[in-house]
Design a protein around this ligand. Structure first.
Ligand SMILES: Cc1ncc(COP(=O)(O)O)c(C=O)c1O
Length: 205
């Protein structure tokens, strides 16, 4: 939510100290953070050292749906029996699995999309900062612009919507008083898209 990257080395150290497993919800990192989009663990130099990683196919990997849990065999065996959505739901549709696999193939074959989305985020962040907006986070394709007040965020989101930019995030998704316009950059954006969004923020924000 905040466009920040978790400090996993410290969390790994604490888990080791206390004999705990480390679990990471990597939904906002899968496909965009770390070399070839391998996620927060790879970014932090801990690839293979996180016990349980959940990720989604519904964000960077193409906006389809479904997701995954990466874990050891015994944990996977347990989840297959105890994970309610897994046990009681229909399976993912094969075309969605195919789309997710194709997205993973693209990421494995080239790092270009990951680098592009990072460059877009850096460019967008710099442009919004130059307009005087209060931003949080860093090094992440999520660029949150803080407003605090829910009504102000809603009003600005509506103005942005009319200007062709879809971006909003308010309570209860974030704590009360921490309302923001949460922009999310994509490797598929063009330079012109970014210029248009920056101009929309200048005109409305
Ligand atoms: C941090 C986080 N984890 C998990 C999810 C759930 O992902 P999905 O939509 O694939 O269930 C989301 C969705 O927005 C999310 O923001």
């Amino acid at each position: 939510m905040d466009g920040r990257i978790a400090q996993l080395a410290e969390k790994r150290r604490l888990c080791d100290e206390h004999g705990a497993l480390l679990g990471v919800d990597d939904c906002h990192a899968t496909g965009v953070i770390g070399p070839h989009g391998r996620g927060t663990a790879a970014h932090c130099g801990l690839f293979g050292r996180v016990d349980l990683i959940t990720g989604t196919f519904g964000k960077a990997l193409g906006g389809a749906s479904g997701g995954f849990t990466a874990c050891s065999r015994p944990v996977a065996d347990l989840l297959r029996q105890r994970s309610r959505p897994y046990l009681f739901s229909n399976t993912m549709a094969p075309p969605l699995v195919g789309a997710a696999l194709a997205a993973l193939d693209l990421l494995e074959s080239s790092d270009a999309a990951v680098q592009r989305v990072q460059a877009h985020a850096a460019r967008f962040r710099t442009a919004l900062q130059a307009q005087g907006h209060t931003l949080i986070g860093s090094g992440h394709p999520i660029v949150p612009m803080m407003l605090g007040d829910e009504q102000a965020a809603k009003a600005l989101a509506l103005k942005l919507h009319h200007a062709g930019v879809h971006a909003v995030f308010s309570y209860p998704v974030v704590p009360r008083g921490r309302a923001r316009i949460r922009t999310q950059l994509s490797a598929a954006h063009t330079g012109a898209d970014l210029d248009e969004a920056v101009a929309a923020f200048a005109a409305t924000g």
